[in-house]
Design a protein around this ligand. Structure first.
Ligand code: ADP
Length: 779
């Protein structure tokens, strides 16, 4: 602080302490003192002396000055005081403000610290949040990963299921589809999305759905898995055979949710099996064909031995011829068994019931059994109980075969003792008798536990003379007798012998005495036959009956020799070296009118074809080989019966009456016409289209064949027929026509062969068609 400031402060301080009066007096005193001091000093300095006047003047002066000084000072002090007070006020204010500021500052500080706290907390919370977020992110990541893994798993599972060729599906308790794999989508032609919620009735044809729902119920009712097989159809009509397995499935809580289904396409397996069966059938067919072939010379041996026996012979010769006849008959019966076995196998077996001479049959069996026994030195006892009917309605060949098998076995297995044949006829109705044939022997007998088994195919009693037999005789015999409405039973005691009994109820009938054949003049007969033995027998027999015979040994020869007016009858062998009897009949049909033609009778060793097949080919009747007098007389009586000449079945059109091989493979006229009108290019395009679609058609057709779906076969064959016909594939068209005609006789037996033939023939026929078109272009 400056001295002046200090002085002023001191002054103000003094003034305020002393008050204005005291201060003024003090100030006056001070001024007087100062004035006196100054006056005296100055006066003394100037004059060297101090007078009282000077003193009084100084006092006086001081007294005059003092009020002014006081006033002035007071004003100053006042002002200073004022300003001091203002200052104090200000200071107070400032202090107030300061304290307010302070308060504010404190509050601010508090706020700041609170804020800081909050910030801290927030930072902590933020950190916690960040941590939580990172946890969450981690969790999300893990979940995403888990989700991805799950998705990958389910995609893997899905692609497993989808890439499975097996059907996989699930249905809920209400029987609605809940999901499926690709294989099922393809089968039903709908996506899984479209399928969900549908029932089997919305998806499959009714009869298929019936089975599906029925098996679903079985699974639900029994709460157990089930396996069964069923044909299912693809949208393109192709059928597949599925092995279906249905398994109930449950939720976590053990509630059943529905069923899981799996389906395996076993069509190939089935087809393979069918091929094996077919191969077996082909084998049997081969054996049967072979048997037929062997029978031809054998028939010659039988026929000629019989003719020899009608001539004068010495005892030794007669014995030898008898043995020849017996051996040939045995062989013939074995062949008959084999042929019947094949037919039974192919389910083409049918007995042909006709009026037959029963007494002649009994006599034959008696003679043949006796002849066999004589050769072995055994006794024969023949007994006939009651009168036997002269003629009955039965299948003569089969009845003979059965009795032969039983008597032959009796002789074969008996080493000592005898064989007894007892025949009994008991009337059961006015025109019906029950025949009983009892064949008893004193052979080794058959163990009781094998009594039924001996009727099984290829069964031979262990330890018996198995090498001597085939094991088919009894099986075939029982089936033959059963087919005729009867049965065979056996009783036996080991070591004592066996007794076979055949019971059969037959109708009675009257046959004209063979000597009393219907009177007709000697006939001019053309015999078409290539086997020398057969020619000799037939010619001898026919000539004995008073007819004249000319022989043609081949198809060509027959065609060359034949003139309708020159012959009253034609006996036409079906199997000739150069062509079939059907081919010849067909040519004659085309050449001559029905009125011009003499009756044509088929000669065949084939017992497979039915009479209607020959009639369909324009032949009036059929004689089965070995040809015998009775058959010939019977046939001639039928053919030349007045006003009863058999006609070719009216329903058969001439075209149908042609044999297969004689019909053209291609319809060349149509092909020519096509080439002329629509042009070769369009025809070739049609052929290409046919080549493209045919494998699919065939696949569907075959699948229908394996599924035995008649309707499916018919509709697919119909398509093939149309397609083949439109490009001139005549043979394929005809085959398809047969396949699509279930009303044809024996359709069910043949359709499989026709389908095989169709698939076998069509590539060849297509080659020929291509060639024909190419030739047309060259022209
Ligand atoms: P095969 O005689 O050709 O063996 P079969 O079918 O006729 O075939 O007979 C089957 C089997 O039954 C014979 O192998 C034989 O074991 C037995 N059998 C048939 N007939 C007699 C019989 N009269 N005495 C003893 N065993 C017989």
């Amino acid at each position: 602080m400056t001295p002046l400031k200090k002085l002023a402060t001191y002054y103000v301080h003094l003034l305020s302490r002393l008050g204005i009066v005291k201060f003024s007096i003090s100030l006056a005193g001070a001024i007087i003192l100062v004035a006196l001091a100054i006056q005296m000093s100055v006066t003394f300095a100037l004059t060297g002396q101090v007078s009282s006047v000077d003193l009084i003047r100084s006092v006086f002066f001081a007294l005059i000055i003092t009020p002014w000084a006081v006033f002035f000072m007071s004003v100053v002090v006042e002002q200073i005081e004022d300003s001091r007070q203002r200052l104090s006020k200000m200071i107070r204010k400032l202090e107030k403000m300061r304290s307010r500021d302070l308060q504010l500052t404190n509050r601010l500080k508090a706020n700041i610290s609170q804020l800081n706290n909050e910030i801290d907390e927030r930072e902590k919370a933020e950190a916690a949040r960040r941590q939580a977020i990172s946890h969450l992110e981690l969790e999300v990541k893990q979940r995403q990963q888990a989700q991805q893994e799950l998705e990958e798993h389910s995609a893997l599972l899905r692609s497993f299921i989808d890439s499975s060729p097996d059907l996989v599906y699930y249905r809920n308790e209400q029987g609605q589809f809940s999901g499926c794999n690709l294989a099922l989508e393809q089968l039903v032609g709908r996506s899984e999305k479209q399928l969900i919620g549908l029932t089997p009735y919305d998806v499959y044809p009714e009869e298929v759905a019936d089975k599906v729902v029925e098996t679903d119920h079985q699974v639900f009712d029994n709460d157990e898995p089930l396996t069964y097989e069923q044909w299912l159809e693809y949208p393109d009509g192709r059928k597949a055979f599925f092995e279906l397995r249905k398994v109930p499935f449950y939720g976590r809580n053990g509630n059943r949710l529905g069923l899981l289904g799996f389906g395996r396409d076993i069509t190939e397996r089935m087809r393979h099996q069918a091929n094996i069966e077919k191969a077996n059938r082909d084998k049997a067919q081969f054996i049967s064909t072979l048997s037929h072939e062997l029978r031809t010379p054998l028939n010659g041996v039988v026929g000629l031995s019989q003719m020899l026996l009608d001539t004068p012979l010495n005892d030794a010769q007669r014995k030898h011829v008898n043995t020849i006849l017996l051996s040939a008959t045995t062989l013939g019966n074995i062949f008959n068994d084999i042929i019947d076995l094949d037919k039974l196998d192919r389910r083409r077996f049918a007995v042909s019931m006709e009026t037959m001479d029963f007494k002649a049959l009994v006599s034959d069996i008696e003679t043949l059994t006796e002849m066999q026994l004589q050769a072995k030195g055994l006794d024969f006892r023949f007994e006939q109980i009651g009168p036997l009917p002269q003629s009955i309605v039965a299948d003569p060949t089969r009845l003979r075969q059965v009795l032969w098998n039983l008597t032959h076995n009796a002789v074969k297995f008996t080493e000592h003792g005898q064989v007894a044949l007892t025949i009994k006829a008991k009337s059961v109705a006015e025109q019906q008798v029950e025949l009983e044939f009892v064949i008893e022997d004193t052979g080794p007998g058959i163990p009781e536990d094998q009594l039924e088994q001996i009727f099984a195919m290829y069964y031979q009693v262990e330890g018996s003379k198995s090498a001597t037999g085939t094991g088919i005789g009894l099986s075939v015999s029982r089936q033959l007798v059963r087919a005729m409405g009867g049965d065979i039973v056996v009783s036996s005691e080991v070591g004592k012998g066996s007794c076979f009994t055949v019971r059969l109820t037959v109708d009675l009938d009257v046959i004209p005495d063979e000597a009393e054949q219907i009177d007709h003049p000697p006939l001019e007969i053309l015999l078409v036959e290539d086997v020398e033995l057969n020619i000799t027998i037939a010619k001898a027999l026919l000539e004995k009956l008073g007819h004249q015979v000319e022989v043609a040994k081949s198809g060509q020869q027959a065609l060359a020799m034949f003139e309708p007016d020159n012959f009253d009858l034609v006996l036409l062998d079906i199997q000739l070296p150069d062509m079939t009897g059907f081919d010849i009949a067909n040519q004659w049909q085309q050449q001559y009118s029905a009125a011009q033609m003499p009756p044509v009778v088929a000669l065949t060793a084939n017992v497979v074809n039915s009479k209607s097949q020959f009639q369909a080919a324009g032949m009036v009747d059929v004689i089965h080989k070995p040809i015998n007098r009775n058959a010939v007389v019977h046939c001639f009586n039928e053919v030349f019966a007045i006003g009863e000449e058999p006609q070719v079945e009216a329903s058969v059109s001439p075209k149908q009456a042609l044999s297969r091989s004689s019909l053209p493979i291609l319809d060349l006229d149509l092909i020519e016409q096509f080439c002329e009108t629509i042009g070769v290019k369009v025809l070739n395009d049609s052929v290409d289209l046919f080549k493209k679609v045919m494998p699919d058609y065939l696949q569907v057709l075959e699948s229908n064949m394996y599924a035995k779906d008649k309707q499916g076969i018919v509709s697919e064959a119909h398509k093939i027929k149309g397609a083949a016909g439109s490009i001139g594939l005549a043979r394929i068209q005809r085959l398809a026509n047969k396949i699509q005609s279930p009303e044809l006789p024996a359709w069910a037996d043949n359709v499989e062969d026709w389908i095989y033939q169709l698939s076998h023939d069509y590539p060849e026929d297509l080659k020929l068609l291509d060639k024909a078109i190419a030739e047309h272009i060259e022209q």
